[in-house]
Design a protein around this ligand. Sequence first.
Ligand code: MG
Length: 162
Amino acid sequence: MITDMRIGHGYDVHRLVEGRDLILGGVNIPHEKGLLGHSDADVLTHAVMDALLGARAMGDIGKHFPDTDAEWKGADSLKLAERVRDIVCTDGWRIGNMDVTVLAQAPKLAPHIMSMRQNLARVFKIDLDRISIKATTEEKLGFTGEKLGMATHAVVLLLKDL
Ligand code: MG
């Protein structure tokens, strides 16, 4: 069997501020600050969605869910991710795997990684072992190192049997 493959990359940044919940991969993580944004500002899920859309050359989440649209204010990014899955997994395409790296100085994310992976596995309807989430600091350098914000890189592979 011949399988067609498409790779996608996503990158996102959100500012850390007081008075907001910190939501990453749909997990509410106890922290003194949270990410600022029109939606729940789930920087991890946003990068994954952009990678999925990128693999199909379907633009980005700003195109599909404009932040000028009141419908998406405070939106649960996992709900948006379900919609992205439905947009991307058409015409025979399925998600092969994804590898995600969160850049954050604090808090420690290791205790929450499994919950995030389980959330994405449920939303995208794929096995847990097809979802990798890693976290790293940037050694106190730059905006993540100075705890001004968090960033995420994501790559995904889409597959289609021909
Ligand atoms: Mg974003």
